[in-house]
Design a binder for this molecule. Structure first.
Ligand code: ZN
Length: 96
């Protein structure tokens, strides 16, 4: 129930269910997200380190979409930002 997929695909989640999801906590799956930077002589590839979940306590992940989301925004609803609608594959954008 506390999956990103559930939160994204259910429009009318009751207050009671939102409270329960908050109690269950955020999903922090190991995602394989890599980003390739084009360098002068070679390309650099960086992978998502799961420690980002420790650094950013609001971050959660969706293995189905392979993207990161803001757990607070997803659970609380309302704020339909890129964080809640699309998720960010750009795991390296840490500003929220
Ligand atoms: Zn948020």
């Amino acid at each position: 129930m506390n999956s990103v997929d559930f939160l994204l695909t259910n429009e009318d989640i009751t207050y009671e269910i939102r409270t329960e999801i908050k109690r269950l906590g955020r999903p922090i799956p190991d995602l394989i997200i890599s980003k390739t930077d084009v360098g002068k002589s070679r390309n650099y590839s960086r992978n998502l380190n799961s420690s980002v979940y420790d650094i950013f306590r609001w971050l959660c992940g969706c293995p189905k979409r392979n993207k990161l989301f803001c757990f607070i925004c997803l659970v609380m609803g309302g704020n339909r930002s890129a964080w809640t609608q699309e998720g960010l594959a750009a795991a390296f954008v840490f500003a929220h």
